[in-house]
Design a protein around this ligand. Sequence first.
Ligand code: SAH
Length: 261
Amino acid sequence: MGKVWFVGAGPGDPELITVKGRRLLKGAGAILYAGSLVDQAATLYAPAGCVIRDSKDMTLEEIAAWLIDQARRHEAVVRLQTGDPTLYGALIEMVQPLDAAGVEIGVVPGVSSAMAAAAAATESLTLPEVTQTVILTRIADRTPMPDGESLRELALHHCTLCLFLSITLLHKVKEELLAAGWSVDAPVLVVHKASWPGEEKLIRGTLADIRDKCRAEKVASQAMIIVSPALGARQWPELKRSKLYDASFTHRFRKGVKAAQ
Ligand code: SAH
């Protein structure tokens, strides 16, 4: 019996898969990839003769059955997921039937679209004395949110929010954030197809106008929404600097010097 690897493909740019993920693809007997988001990595790195299949028309049961069947035929099987497999990737639902069938599994992390979106826009998700916390979440849709996790409640922290699966619900995002005390001028960043060569789009706006701007750019899918008090800091004239690089700050690797009086 072979091993099934759940591998994060990264956000789209095939160079953003990990070295380990690429090595596993190169040695895979079979690859099942998730929709059109990651087919490039699968086809670029798969060895000749590898069985490659798109899972977009398959149910969870079919996916599990396919992976188990391929694990009987090959030493290494890869389930290629977008971004990082532990975020909104139905990982546990796929792992349980493999456990039940006695198939060994492994998980390889990937660059999440939240990180790729911040990188695309040269934004820092944390900034000293502005926000030191990032919440990765989504807005309720057909998938309800568990108690205590409505966007309105999470937004009360006024920290960085990275919203997955929410681009068609920008009107609700605005409503919830306003209810949590955010200003209508609060900056919002939307990144469509972050890291996709030639296809990435950055849209900057505020809670007031981001929906219209996305409409005008025809962005209605595959987009990360970042709302954060740290957005736009690259242009700020004054920053609270990170203590780590401050001349007066002592840590394990460097002794700080007292500032001249
Ligand atoms: N596991 C993935 C998320 C899967 S859920 C990850 O870690 O990124 C799918 C959602 O992820 C999309 O609705 C969108 O919000 C976001 N997403 C995935 N790829 C993206 C990309 N390249 N650019 C922007 N958002 C992306």
